[in-house]
Ligand binder design. Sequence first.
Ligand code: NDP
Ligand code: HSE
Length: 455
Amino acid sequence: MTIAEKEYARTEGMKTVKRINVGLIGFGTVGTGVVRVLKENASVIKDKLGCELVLKRIADRDTTRDRGVKLDEGVLTTDAMDLINDPEISIIIELVGGTGIAKDFIMDAIGSGKHVVTANKALLSTHGKEIFKKASEKGVDIGFEASVGGGIPVIKALREGLAANRIESIYGIINGTANYILSKMTNEGGKFEDVLRRAQEKGYAEADPTYDVEGIDTAHKLAILINLAFGTYIGLKDIYTEGISRINQLDIKFAKEFGYRIKLLAITKSIDGRVEARVHPTMIPANHPLANIDGAFNGIYLKGNAVGPVMLYGMGAGMMPTASAVVADLMDIARNINTGAAHRIPALSYSDSAVREVTIKETDSLEIPYYMRFLAADKPGVLSNISGVLGRHNISISSVIQRDRKIGGSVALVILTHHAVEKELMAALAEIEQMDTIHEKPVYIRIEENLGAAN
Ligand code: NDP
Ligand code: HSE
């Protein structure tokens, strides 16, 4: 039975209104938002599509919890296979999360000829190749707008609006939880643990919040952006990943003094046939538009060779913004069903035969400025010993400041470098750490000065 045959119509007055049935697996934060958007915006959605999207069944492990939305009798089930095996359902929304059972649900749904919408960046960055291949073979669509940037239509921008460009660079604040934590610490001096708990209460954090804090979720999303930008399949293992757990108030304060803000950035640049793919706390100039993105907002600053710089901004996490992206995917798929144009746009926008491997540039060969902070003994000769080591590694100093003399006879010593080779910088830090005048592991933060301006 084809998908078109599975759609059916109902009579509304004298008019026949086409209906497309949808099944939702995972009635959690985002799933609840999807139900709300479909209900609250039903009329505008119908006016735009010329047909109704009907949420026929919802599967969740817990069918008793009150989610604050009223459902018809018989909609809820604990068994996702009730939806996947229902011939009247054309689109399955997967909002369970993770790379286990969620993958089985998606593969089974595709196998049954159903279109799929998912927000699952962990899954797509790990098994995207297999999932997209199967969808292509079956001629069904996979919508994944919500997997990066919450409610921001960045996937559509890369797949469609910017399709004519060679993408040169992308700088993204693409984890709402980490940005919420960093901006609360910067603007209100909040404590890391307290702010993380608030982000969890607001529904921004992943089931395992270390994914947010340690940069893993950002790396999952960066992998998806890189795959779309360059027509390839890279994953977590290809991305250098550092989180924000070692950033403290001192670094935030020093960053401000030097005219920077610290952001957890996803960075990719295509230079001379090699692709940079890295996620780490980054000092960026305080007057760059990304520096002023606060709270759970996300921002993506990218550069195409024809269009130049483009900036996308909006809520990167949370129930309703994420649901906005999920329902937009449902509407795209409904339009494709209505016009018989399923799989009109390949998942990565590149035709299957054009998808290729890219060479990832190792971070060792990066050449950028760095911030370093040492907790050093407050006595003569310490700075000259440190600068001696830096000099031997060809690292030149651009500024030095010393503050907070009282910490147990130690002093916070901050050094900013000119462009330095990362391999040399790491070797120098390892040497400096061994000095008995250095009282804790040195902190370093990479600096990006010209985001997207001069690649
Ligand atoms: P939640 O944990 O709130 O929701 C997941 C739901 O799926 C829970 O109700 C869970 O039940 C249920 N579930 C788990 N296993 C099964 C199963 N086998 N069958 C049926 N239901 C099951 O997660 P979110 O809504 O926050 O996230 C969902 C997805 O969206 C994830 O992939 C996440 O990464 C992604 N995402 C989330 C965003 C956000 O802001 N929250 C933003 C963008 C993407 P139980 O509670 O019993 O485990
Ligand atoms: N935990 C994710 C975040 C959800 O905080 O950005 C949105 O993908």
